[in-house]
Design a binder for this molecule. Sequence first.
Ligand code: DC
Length: 211
Amino acid sequence: MGFVIAIDGPAAAGKGTLSRRIAQTYGFQHLDTGLTYRATAKALLDAGLPLDDEQVAEKVAREVDLGGLDRSVLARHEIGEAASKIAVMPSVRRALVEAQQAFSRREPGVVLDGRDIGTVVCPSSPVKLYVTASPEVRAKRRFDEIVAAGGEADLDAIFADVKKRDERDIGRADSPLKPADDAHLLDTSEMSIEAAFQAAKSLIDAALKEI
Ligand code: DC
């Protein structure tokens, strides 16, 4: 069993950037578990299948290939919306959690980021971070990202979307978004990514000394 770093938090809190940097620093493999929900949603959309049939969605979830997840293909807004709808289905979650747990056993260690890593997927992980920021800051970051990539964006619409996504992630009955009791909270509202990384690194280094 490798060393698992669990990173949870709401959409657009900076988990992805932080997770990739941690994985690179420690030579660990990284899985953005949101992509597994997105890949399932995209496969359903591409095949013209319904998003509200749990049995069909579970079957598709069981066929997701963790090696073929590409954020650039899965980033589209409609895919994120569809992903958050199928993420409420317990049998879809069970299928994807099993695949995520298999990934988490890779050596020498892994970084998993998502919503329920510290609470459900890898509850015995030695390092759990809960990365958050205010909805205003998260919406502005997403807006800046889109504009920097040459796209057009509407800050009010993105803000409304961030709030709606939070409600769905926090309010679902199965594995709702919440910090594990033993998670370290990192509020990045007024913290640079560098400061967040340094805080995470101290916690990880301390946990690595204990094994
Ligand atoms: O992080 P993201 O935007 O790529 O996630 C897309 C959706 O997938 C999100 O609305 C909630 C869901 N998700 C989840 O339920 N559990 C996870 N571990 C990761 C994502």
